[in-house]
Design a protein around this ligand. Structure first.
Ligand code: HEM
Length: 200
């Protein structure tokens, strides 16, 4: 909670709550991903992108339904879709669309409302921050630079796109603790699902 002079208690600040509720899961995910290190192989990198694709391919249509509508709290949502970037990288790495379509689908959280969609979007957009480091790491491996469109999302615009998302999350949530909690529930569930998938 904030001190007496702070009109917004911490439990109502969506960014504070999201980070607090997912920080340890994020650290665990980073370690199970095993993407950092000079010995990263092309096959490991390809495997990670294929599994990531499963999550984005299932969830982005649900974000379309919740956020790609008039009055959306994230009007620029369509320009944030990552599935096309994942497909492009995977094509560079020799993975055919038919192979992707035949993969088992991961278990993902339900997205029945805007709060859940905002939780998913927080996780997916946050991945662009870590993505910058992954692109740097990958540069010293055998992975072709042409296969880094997903982790390199937004290029130099990463900071600006992240600030815009933070703003959109704050405006949408207001100081409504129930909204904040619902959004964080889904973000936490998604980190959990990613961890399960990448621990296999
Ligand atoms: C090896 C892989 C990863 C590394 C090294 C990494 C690293 C980072 C770093 C350094 C930040 C902070 C950036 C900043 O504050 O400017 C960050 C933030 C974040 N990352 Fe990752 N990340 C990785 C993978 C992922 C993945 C796969 C996801 C989700 C699918 C993810 C979700 C997030 C989120 C949501 C944030 C924002 C945290 C906040 O609220 O401030 N990261 N990551």
């Amino acid at each position: 909670m904030g001190d007496g002079a702070d009109p917004v208690p911490d439990t109502a600040d969506v960014m504070f709550v999201l980070r607090r509720r997912t920080a340890t899961a994020h650290t665990r995910l980073e370690s199970v991903l095993q993407l950092t290190g000079h010995d990263l192989s092309v096959s490991r990198y390809r495997d990670v992108l294929m599994r990531m694709h499963g999550f984005y391919d299932l969830l982005e249509p649900r974000l379309d339904a919740m956020l790609g509508v008039p009055g959306s709290p994230v009007p620029d949502w369509p320009s944030r879709r990552k599935t096309p970037l994942l497909r492009r990288d995977l094509a560079v790495l020799g993975v055919a669309e038919a192979t992707l379509a035949a993969l088992p689908r991961p278990k993902v959280p339900a997205v029945p409302d805007v709060a859940a969609a905002m939780g998913v979007l927080y996780v997916f957009e946050g991945a662009t921050l870590g993505g910058r480091f992954i692109v740097e790491q990958v540069a010293s491996t055998e992975v072709p630079a042409a296969a880094t469109a997903f982790f390199g999302s937004y290029g130099d615009e990463v900071g600006r796109r992240w600030s815009q998302l933070r703003h959109a999350l704050r405006v949408w949530s207001g100081a409504d603790e129930a909204r904040v909690a619902a959004c964080a529930d889904t973000a936490e569930a998604l980190f959990g699902a990613l961890e399960v998938e990448f621990s296999r």
